[in-house]
Design a protein around this ligand. Structure first.
Ligand code: GDP
Ligand code: IMO
Ligand code: MG
Length: 427
């Protein structure tokens, strides 16, 4: 059972960090395959809380090799400060492997991200402002910078020049900003080279060998299915593929090597940034979910939009990712409601729809059709097995499993590593 993908089944922040960390102890490699430091993954180990952005959550498990794959966009200053932050807390990060083919986020990407959002005005995406979209745009436009370019000053200079040729026109003429100087960018980037050199490796080769040798490799997605640039709520998405196929392109491992795909699914729904969200609650229930669930962004500190569980989305995630399992998180947050609404379908212009509509205007007009499941009031944070859960909490999990199209193999009842009910093993 060597290669698993673990990804978000909703709009991100489902608890991927906790789930990856939980598996980390029994995994040989944990690989980020897309996204960058737009991600914010919280891991709680004992009384210690870690916020990871670029590094795979497996970095906290001794013996597990953390890998940043070719599909990730890497801001070198963020990577180095994340590494030193962990080192200061006693975490050994020396085993990190960084793909030489991963693209770099340069300072001008971050600037373009911010000014683009400002100019979009009320049509803005609500990005994290970390330069993610502009860095991926340059990759696709073939004017991107890669990690390996850091080690050849002449190539780096030529590439920065090529990228800035166009971008400076946009910055100066369209956005009224000062043009960026090639020599300054090159100097800054070269300043990171020596500190990164030791991590750079042929990660595709290493990962394929590992899988062939029967080692356990876990691919950790950032963001979530509905933020996928192809399968999400475009244009209100991120600029990469968090869905399962992204693990293949973003790490250089073929689909025949992937044995299991685990969708992390919050027991309710949240979203950060703009875009449609059918079950969003703008009332006291939404506020209560935010307070009890601590729904504030790890990366930007923004309040997360909160709403009830949406089974249409969960089924869609099962479909586009080929999910084999779900890890249901934050069930404990729902304790205390007399009855818990669950969206089982949408009503769109008088029609009842049970699959996610492919038309964006249909999705914008989707009105949730709710089923009301009986709630529970008992504290469930100490539950160790499914049978420890109150009958109604069991019923809630069973109902969600039936609606969502894949078995729920683990349940989170608190943020800590040990606050998990394992139903089926992932390995
Ligand atoms: P990620 O981006 O998917 O890794 O998720 P985040 O870390 O951004 O947000 C998830 C939050 O929920 C974090 O604060 C976690 O510590 C917390 N969390 C994860 N699983 C559970 C759970 O089962 N119960 C509770 N109460 N909190 C959880
Ligand atoms: P994790 O990995 C939630 C959202 C942003 C914005 C959109 C595009 O912690 O689940 P970007 O900066 O990527 O261009 O922003 O995507 N977004 C996330 N929302 N969790 C995340 O990561 C996110 N990463 C990006 O809020 O709406
Ligand atoms: Mg997060």
């Amino acid at each position: 059972m060597p290669a698993l993908v673990l990804l978000g089944a909703q709009w991100g922040d489902e608890g991927k960090g906790k789930a990856t960390d939980l598996l980390g102890g029994s995994v040989d490699y944990v690989v980020r395959y897309q996204g960058g430091n737009n991600a914010g993954h919280t891991v709680v180990v004992g009384d210690q809380k870690y916020a990871l952005h670029l590094l795979p959550s497996g970095i906290l498990s001794p013996g597990c090799v953390p890998v940043i794959g070719n599909g990730v966009v890497v801001d070198p200053s963020v990577l180095l400060s994340e590494l030193s932050g962990l080192n200061e807390r006693g975490v050994d990060t020396s085993g990190l492997l960084l793909s030489g083919n991963a693209h770099l986020i340069a300072p001008y990407h971050t600037e373009v991200d911010k000014v683009t959002e400002r100019f979009l005005g009320k049509r803005k995406i609500g990005t994290t402002g970390r330069g993610i979209g502009p860095a991926y745009a340059d990759k696709i436009n073939r004017v991107g910078l890669r990690v390996q370019d850091l080690f050849d000053e002449s190539i780096l200079t030529q590439k920065v020049e090529a990228a800035l040729d166009f971008k400076n026109q946009v910055l100066a003429k369209l956005y009224n900003r000062r043009a960026v100087r090639t020599d300054q960018v090159v100097e800054e980037l070269l300043g990171y080279a020596d500190r990164l050199r030791g991590y750079v490796a042929d990660t595709t080769l290493i990962l394929n060998d590992a899988v062939d040798e029967g080692k356990v490799v876990l691919f950790e997605g950032g963001q979530g299915t509905l933020l996928d640039v192809d399968h999400g709520t475009y244009p209100f998405v991120t600029s990469s593929n968090p869905t399962a196929g992204g693990a293949c392109t973003g790490a250089g491992v073929g689909p025949t090597k992937i044995s299991r795909v685990i969708g992390i699914l919050k027991a309710y729904t949240t979203r950060v940034g703009a875009g449609p969200f059918p079950t969003e609650l703008l009332d006291a229930d939404g506020e209560a979910l935010r307070e009890i669930g601590g729904e504030r962004g790890v990366t930007t500190g923004r309040d997360r939009r909160c709403g009830w569980f949406d089974a249409v989305i969960a089924r869609y995630a099962t479909r586009v990712n080929g999910l084999t399992d779900f890890f249901l998180t934050k069930l404990d947050v729902l304790t205390g409601w007399e009855r818990v609404p669950v969206c089982v379908a949408y009503e769109i212009e008088g029609r009842r729809v049970t699959e996610l509509p492919f038309s964006q205007s249909d999705f914008h007009h989707a009105v949730p059709v709710y089923e009301y499941l009986p709630g529970w009031s008992e504290d469930i944070t100490g539950a160790k097995s499914f049978s420890d859960l109150p009958k109604n909490a069991q019923g809630y999990v069973k109902a969600l499993e039936e609606m969502s199209g894949a078995p729920i193999s683990a349940i989170g009842v608190g943020p800590g590593r040990d606050e998990t009910i394992q139903i089926n093993s992932f390995l």
